[in-house]
Design a protein around this ligand. Structure first.
Ligand SMILES: *Cc1c(COP(=O)(O)O)cnc(C)c1O
Length: 493
């Protein structure tokens, strides 16, 4: 299977080349040329371990990896960095209502699902292509990608990683996790601006041919750890199949029947992987795109107009505070029947005018998507309601997805058994979660917050939290967006 750029269908590369490049040099994103059709024998699949499922799903998507190479990447990724052998547990919340917990990896957010394997995929891709360049990973983060990517790439030979995050735009635990990151090849700086500012400048740097030539002459090249990289996106398809298999195994659904997934959405990477799972044959009824107050995607699914011209709102679900969702470009590409000229024109409009609108016919492509947005008050209420009813404590992002599902379910729109995609541990956002539970948390120190959460939830401290607050801060740089280019050059040398 090959991948082609959304902005030029003649720009076709192998899976390993797509992973090495991250973004297409024409500014587009790589998408699969076609989708595999899996032989879904659920009797067999329901017995698969996470690692076996990963192998089954990734094989056709990474067709130039040998069986041995792929197995090795999977073994190195999904090991005891995860605090449970099942890697991604499906837990019961209520009748026909489940959570898929994707936060059992080393940084307790769902980004670990893909970022624990990406460094291995990238190294293997370099081997496949006899590419001996040093790889410089540039990443913009709204809080979770940065830590997970640094944890994955820390001290990986032949790589350097630079992470940019919005100063004041991430939780205190997220910031502490990033600033205490070890590894001589890891660099993290905050920028004066929001996530979109960071992401836009990272894209500009990728497409800066002068900078690229400079890197090339010192035998280095850029790549991306954002979900714009297919090596990040494809591993996320695995857990949709795995969740389904677990539900069959637990006797909760009949093999072949439809289920819905509700996904707390920011950059549209997670939910796009769900869409790719559907295109590859997984019986998904509806995909629920859940937004917070930055409801640009909700509006888009209502009337086909994507309009980024609006205020950027800082919320208690910061990893979803995004107005330009990069991966939507991939979905829109499929909606315009893979017409790269039409797609390029729309993206040009987004750049220059700040908005674009799809035709009715193009929008008809989105019938499997439902969408809702959830306010700050509703997010807190949802954490509270579910806790009082079941004792289960969810984080603020997951709560957005949970509430969106509840709303759409009550409207009779999402009626299949539903899986809420649970993207972070509540330990990552203890203050907001405790406030939602009615605790007067504002005056508590970070340690007191964690202890209080521990007491209420009975969830043992994840390894990611142990010792975190005492750890030494190893990074301390804040720069203007206009200085990001120079910063990158100084590290590249
Ligand atoms: C990144 C992230 C999201 C959003 O996922 P996208 O793939 O960017 O849509 C949601 N919740 C958490 C906790 C995240 O870290």
């Amino acid at each position: 299977m090959n991948y082609k750029s959304t902005r030029n269908s003649k720009n076709i590369v192998t899976p390993s080349q797509a992973i090495l490049q991250g973004l297409a040099t024409d500014g587009g994103l790589y998408v699969p040329e076609s989708f595999p059709s899996f032989d879904l024998n659920w009797e067999i699949l329901s017995q698969y371990t996470y690692q076996e499922m990963a192998h089954f799903i990734l094989k056709p998507f990474l067709s130039d990896f040998s069986d041995e190479q792929l197995k090795r990447c999977i073994e190195l990724a999904y090991d005891n960095k995860f605090d449970t052998e099942v890697i991604a547990p499906v837990v019961d919340i209520d009748v026909k209502h489940y959570h898929l917990e994707l936060f059992h990896g080393s940084t307790i957010a769902f980004k670990d699902m893909a970022l624990s394997i990406l460094p291995h995929l990238m190294k293997t891709s370099a081997e496949i292509n006899n590419n001996y360049n040093d790889i410089l990973i540039l990443t913009a983060t709204s809080g979770d990608t940065g830590k997970a990517a640094m944890a994955g790439f820390s001290d990986v030979p032949g790589t350097k990683i630079i992470v940019f995050y919005p100063k004041g735009g991430v939780s205190s635990i997220q910031e502490q996790q990033m600033l205490t990151q070890t590894g001589d090849n890891t660099h993290v700086v905050s920028i004066v601006g929001n996530f979109d500012d960071a992401q836009t400048e990272v894209k500009n740097l990728f497409n800066d041919s002068v900078l690229r030539d400079e890197l090339q002459s010192s035998d280095s090249q850029f790549s991306s750890a954002n979900s714009m990289n297919i090596g990040r996106l494809v591993p996320q398809i695995v857990y949709y199949f795995y969740a389904y298999a677990q539900l069959v195994k637990q006797g909760k659904i009949d093999a072949g029947s439809e289920i819905d997934f509700s996904v707390p959405t920011g950059n549209f990477g997670n939910i796009l992987a769900g869409y790719y799972a559907k295109r590859s044959g997984l019986p998904i009824g509806k995909l629920l795109c859940a937004s917070n107050d930055n409801k640009v995607l909700y509006d888009f699914f209502q009337d086909g107009e994507y309009n980024r011209q609006r205020d950027f709102i800082l919320t208690i679900s910061p990893s979803m505070d995004i107005l330009v969702s990069s991966n939507l470009e991939r979905l829109v590409y499929h909606a315009v029947n893979e017409d790269s000229e039409r797609l390029s024109d729309l993206m040009e409009q987004l750049d220059t005018k700040g908005h674009y609108t799809l035709t009715d016919e193009e929008q008809a492509h989105f019938s499997i998507f439902l969408s809702d947005y959830v306010t700050e008050a509703q997010t807190k209420e949802e954490i509270n309601i579910v806790y009082r009813k079941t004792g289960y404590i969810m984080d603020t992002h997951t709560a957005v997805a949970s509430r969106a599902w509840r709303n759409l379910n009550q409207e009779g729109l999402s009626t299949n058994p539903a899986v809420i995609v649970s993207t972070a541990s509540p330990y990552k956002f203890p203050e907001a979660v405790l406030v939602a539970l009615g605790v007067e948390a504002e005056t508590l120190t970070d340690q007191e917050l964690l202890d209080k959460l521990n007491e209420l939830s009975n969830i043992p401290y994840p390894p990611a939290i142990e010792g975190l607050l005492e750890a030494e801060r190893l990074h301390d740089t804040t720069i203007e967006v206009s200085d990001m280019r120079e910063f990158v050059r100084s590290i590249a040398k």
